[in-house]
Write a protein that binds this ligand. Structure first.
Ligand SMILES: [Fe+2]
Length: 250
C-alpha cells in the first residue's frame, strides 16, 4: 500500500519550493495563503505529539506545592524540537509548561508562521512605528527607547487560526506566555542569521507614559503604544527534545 504523504511533508515541500535564503520581503501572498491553509489542518498527532502532555502541571497551584513529588513549575523548561533547519527556512516546535515565557523579541526581515497545536497561549505583539521615533533615556541603563504600536495582546486557544507575522507588520516583536501547557509549530523564513542582519534582539516594553515626546502618536490612544528598550538576551530555560513526527525528506 502506498504511503500517504504526511501533512508535514507537504508543508516542507511547499516551503522548500517557495522560500529563499536571502529575500527579506514577505513571500508571495498565494504562497502565504496556501501555507496558512495547510498549517490550519495540522494536529498534534501530525507532528508526533499527544495533545496536552499528561506529565505537566495543569491545575498545579502554589498552594498545592508538594516538594516531594513534583518540580515547581518555574523549574520546568520549554522543550524545542527541530524538524528542519536550512538556509531558506526553519521548522520547529516549542512545547511550553504552564507559565513558561519566551520574552519579548524580534524577527528582523523575517516572516514567521506560528500554529498553536494545543493549549492556551498569551501573545503580546508589537510593530515598530514608522518612521522610527526614539527617545534618549537618561534614567535607565538603556541609551534609548523606540516607539512601537501594540498589535495583539490576548490569549489564543487551540484550535485557532495560524498567526503570521511579517518583517514590518503582524506583530514582528512578540512575547509568549503559556496559560496552560501548549505547543507551537513555527516556520521562520528566512532564518535568523546574524551576518545578514537577522539577529534576535530582546526588549523590555515601557508604557507610553514612561517617556514623553511631543506628538509621537497621532491617534490619541496611548494605551496602544509602548517604548521598547533593547536588553541583554535573557536566560530562557529551554532544552532540546526529540521530534517523533514524520521527518520531511527531500
Ligand atoms: Fe518569535
Amino acid at each position: 500500500m502506498a504511503n500517504k504523504t504526511s501533512t508535514i511533508q507537504t508543508i516542507y515541500d511547499l516551503c522548500r519550493r517557495s522560500f529563499s535564503p536571502t529575500s527579506t520581503l514577505p513571500p508571495p501572498s498565494q504562497i502565504v495563503q496556501t501555507l496558512y491553509s495547510l498549517l490550519d489542518t495540522v494536529t498534534p498527532a501530525d507532528v508526533g505529539l499527544e495533545e496536552e502532555n499528561v506529565d505537566d502541571d495543569r491545575g498545579y497551584g502554589v498552594s498545592m506545592l508538594n516538594p516531594f513529588n513534583r518540580a515547581p513549575r518555574w523549574a520546568q523548561p520549554i522543550t524545542y524540537m527541530d524538524i528542519h533547519g536550512g538556509d531558506s527556512f526553519t521548522m520547529c516546535i516549542f512545547c511550553f509548561p504552564t507559565s513558561a515565557v519566551i520574552p519579548l523579541h524580534d524577527h528582523p526581515g523575517m516572516t514567521v508562521f506560528s500554529k498553536l497545536l494545543y493549549g492556551s497561549l498569551h501573545v503580546k505583539a508589537y510593530d515598530w512605528v514608522e518612521p522610527p521615533q526614539f527617545v534618549k533615556s537618561n534614567e535607565s541603563e538603556y541609551s534609548q527607547v523606540r516607539l512601537a504600536k501594540l498589535v495583539t495582546d490576548g490569549v489564543l486557544t487551540a484550535p485557532c487560526p495560524t498567526r503570521i507575522l511579517y518583517p514590518n507588520s503582524g506583530g514582528n516583536i512578540h512575547c509568549f506566555t503559556a496559560v496552560t501547557p501548549c505547543a507551537i509549530l513555527d516556520i521562520l523564513t528566512p532564518p535568523y542569521l546574524e551576518d545578514a542582519g537577522r539577529k534576535c534582539t530582546y526588549y523590555h516594553d515601557y508604557p507610553y507614559s514612561s517617556f514623553s515626546k511631543d506628538e509621537a502618536i497621532n491617534d490619541g490612544k496611548e494605551e496602544n503604544y509602548a517604548w521598547l528598550a533593547e536588553i541583554e538576551a535573557p536566560n530562557v530555560y529551554m532544552r532540546p527534545g526529540n521530534y517523533s513526527g514524520p521527518s520531511p525528506l527531500g
